[in-house]
Design a protein around this ligand. Structure first.
Ligand code: ADP
Ligand code: MG
Length: 255
C-alpha cells in the first residue's frame, strides 16, 4: 500500500469514526497479504474488531453512568446463602427479559441480608448485557425530584430517567419522608408504571408502607402500581456482616 493511499485511508477512517479499524487496517493488510487471506475476510475481521470494541466502549460508558457501587457484583456475591427459589429468580433476572416486559423487582429483607448488594449485582449484569441502568438511594432520588419540581422541570427529570431501562432505588422508607417528598416519589412510580422497570430495596414490608406514603389510599395505589407486574425477592436471611463477624471471632477463639 503506497504512503499516499495509507494517509488517505487513515483520514477517511478518522472521519468515519472507526478507530479500531484505523489502528489495525495496515497491520492486518500486511498479514492478509502474507497469509493469502481474501479481501472479504480481511474486511470482515476489521469490521468485527470495530463492532466488538465499540460495544465494549458503550458498556464502559454505561457502567460509569450507572453509578453502581463497583464492588457489588454478582461474582462478589455468595449465592449459596440464598434460598433455592430466590437463587432461581436471580438466574432469570440477570437474563434481563423482565426489562422488555417492564416488570419491577422488589427486594425485601432485614438489614444486612444483602438486598443492596443483590440489586446492584443484577444491575451490573444488565450493564454487561448492554442495558442502561441507574442506581440511587431513595433519599437522594427524592431530593433530586423535589428540586426539579420546585424548578418546574419534573417532567424533564422523568424523561432523563426514562433513558434508563432500569432505575435502581435503594432503601425505600429508610428515611421518614414529608408529604411533599412522598408525592414526588408517588408521581415517579406512576410515571414509570408499565413504561420502564423499577428495582427497589426496602426493610419495610408492605404492611408498613403507610409510614412512607402517609395515607391509606396513596399507599394502596403505590403498592398496586409496583406489584402489578413484578418479581418479589424475599431475603429472610440473617445479617451477612454479623455472620462474618461471628465467623472471624470463632476462628480467633480456635487459635
Ligand atoms: P442490606 O442492603 O440488606 O442491608 P447489604 O447488601 O448492604 O445489605 O449487605 C451488607 C454487607 O454484606 C455488604 O457489604 C454486602 O456486600 C455484604 N453481603 C451481603 N450478602 C452477601 C452475600 N451473599 N455475599 C457476599 N457479600 C454479601
Ligand atoms: Mg441496603
Amino acid at each position: 500500500m503506497s504512503r499516499a493511499v495509507q494517509t488517505r485511508l487513515q483520514d477517511c477512517l478518522r472521519e468515519l469514526r472507526l478507530p479500531t479499524f484505523r489502528e489495525n487496517c495496515h497491520s492486518k493488510a500486511a498479514l492478509a497479504e502474507k497469509e493469502g487471506i481474501s479481501f472479504a475476510h480481511y474486511l470482515l475481521e476489521l469490521c468485527e474488531m470495530e463492532v466488538a470494541d465499540r460495544r465494549q466502549r458503550r458498556i464502559d460508558r454505561k457502567k460509569s453512568a450507572s453509578k453502581l457501587p463497583p464492588g457489588k457484583t454478582l461474582s462478589a456475591f455468595d449465592r449459596s446463602r440464598l434460598p433455592t427459589n430466590v437463587d432461581r429468580q436471580l438466574s432469570s433476572l440477570v437474563e434481563g427479559d423482565f426489562l422488555d416486559r417492564r416488570e419491577n423487582v422488589l427486594f425485601f429483607g432485614p438489614p444486612g441480608s444483602g438486598k443492596t448488594h443483590l440489586m446492584c449485582a443484577v444491575g451490573h449484569e444488565l450493564v454487561l448485557k448492554d442495558q442502561s441502568v441507574y442506581f440511587t438511594s431513595c433519599a437522594a432520588l427524592v431530593q433530586r425530584l423535589l428540586r426539579a419540581k420546585q424548578e418546574l422541570t419534573l417532567e424533564k427529570e422523568f424523561k432523563r430517567l426514562d433513558r434508563f431501562q432500569a432505575l435502581l432505588v435503594d432503601d425505600l422508607g429508610y428515611v421518614q419522608q414529608s408529604r411533599e417528598e412522598m408525592e414526588v416519589l408517588f408521581t415517579l412510580l406512576s410515571h414509570r408504571y408499565e413504561h420502564r422497570s423499577l428495582l427497589m430495596t426496602s426493610n419495610l414490608a408492605f404492611s408498613h408502607w403507610e409510614r412512607i406514603f402517609k395515607d391509606p389510599m396513596t399507599t394502596v395505589a403505590a403498592i398496586d402500581r409496583l406489584v402489578h407486574h413484578s418479581v418479589i425477592l424475599e431475603l429472610n436471611l440473617p445479617s451477612y456482616r454479623m455472620e462474618e463477624a461471628k465467623k472471624k471471632q470463632e476462628e480467633g477463639d480456635q487459635e
